[in-house]
Design a protein around this ligand. Structure first.
Ligand SMILES: [Fe+2]
Length: 324
């Protein structure tokens, strides 16, 4: 698999060879869970007590307001409709329409560049050869802020809420991914239930266009985001699963996860999206993209803002042990 999930902050070089050893993985996981537990900002995501909120961290900007913050702590996901001002929504909508035309081969990539002025895209077919067509647009720092000042505000708020730190402007990054269903997908590769990180983590998923059941909606297991005894058992299973999958890519059984998740009281939910909807997600909870069920003219457009590169091991360690 091309994409490694950054399950730990990268204090040690994360490489394929060491990833194959259970003990190394386990020590890594214990270390980071232990460290992040000392971070008072992350604490509410460790508790079993549902009523424990992060009241102290609600900022005056109130873009990510009290409602969303409490929902994130309680359920691991919160949704806002009509989220961006119309002119910002329109920009994403247009870019996605452009991607759609390229994926449909109505226009060439060169024509797309001309329409949007700048070379902002990469096509990413090696990610899943012959399975689906995929286009990605990357926007960094000022370019990303210009594209959507409102998403930047949400990102700042969410980052501060999660980690109690300022979001480094130069690391703000927006990724737009458009996919077209072209054949039945290989579920073991792209649509596996997984956890992005062992320590609490948040992400913004924004949908410029509608995403219905046929368009591979995001699936989240509500209540699966809290780090507690139950969840640590989960981490263990996750490590074993990843190791066996590294050794043999066919080694994957979606049903094992499903049965375990249901037993743990997690609630599986397909997150259907309206155009202009922001989804705030705890990606330390169990989730997946559901995968296209049919071949044909089905598209999935999603805008991602993740913070994995915005906070390093040094910051996490500092936050845990140096109290202001
Ligand atoms: Fe993920």
């Amino acid at each position: 698999m091309k994409n490694f999930n950054p399950v730990y902050p990268k204090l040690f070089l994360y490489n394929r060879f060491f990833s194959k050893f259970y003990l190394i993985q386990k020590l890594h996981q214990i270390f980071w869970v232990f460290i992040s537990k000392f971070n008072k900002n992350l604490k509410p995501f460790f508790s079993d007590i549902d009523s424990m909120k992060k009241e102290n961290y609600i900022s005056d900007l109130i873009l990510v307001n009290e409602f969303h913050q409490n929902k994130l702590v309680d359920e691991g996901i919160s949704v806002a409709t009509d989220a961006l001002p119309i002119e910002e929504h329109k920009k994403f909508f247009e870019i996605c329409n452009g991607f759609e035309s390229v994926l449909n081969e109505d226009i060439t990539q060169a024509e797309f560049y001309n329409t949007f002025g700048t070379k902002i895209i990469s096509s990413n077919k090696e990610y899943a050869p012959e399975q689906l067509s995929r286009m990605a647009g990357h926007f960094y720092s000022d370019q990303a802020i210009n594209l959507s000042p409102t998403l930047y505000e949400w990102a700042k708020e969410l980052f501060y809420f999660t980690f109690g730190m300022e979001l480094p402007k130069n690391k703000f990054f927006i990724e737009i991914i458009s996919e077209k269903s072209s054949a039945k997908e290989n579920i073991s590769k792209l649509s596996r239930d997984h956890i992005d990180r062992f320590i609490p983590a948040t992400k913004i998923l924004y949908s410029p266009k509608e995403i219905n059941k046929e368009q591979s909606p995001f699936v989240f297991w509500k209540k699966s985001h809290k780090t507690n005894k139950e969840k640590l058992k989960w981490h263990d299973n996750f490590i074993r699963q990843e190791i066996s999958h590294l050794k043999d890519e066919t080694n994957y059984d979606q049903n094992i996860w499903k049965a375990q998740a249901e037993k743990s009281g997690f609630i599986e939910e397909e997150i259907l999206c309206q155009p202009n909807q922001i989804n705030l997600v705890m990606t330390s909870g169990l989730h997946r993209r559901s995968g296209f069920k049919y071949t044909g003219d089905y598209f999935r457009h999603m805008v991602f803002i993740s913070f994995y590169n915005c906070i390093g091991p040094k910051e996490i360690l500092k936050k845990a042990f140096i109290k202001k």
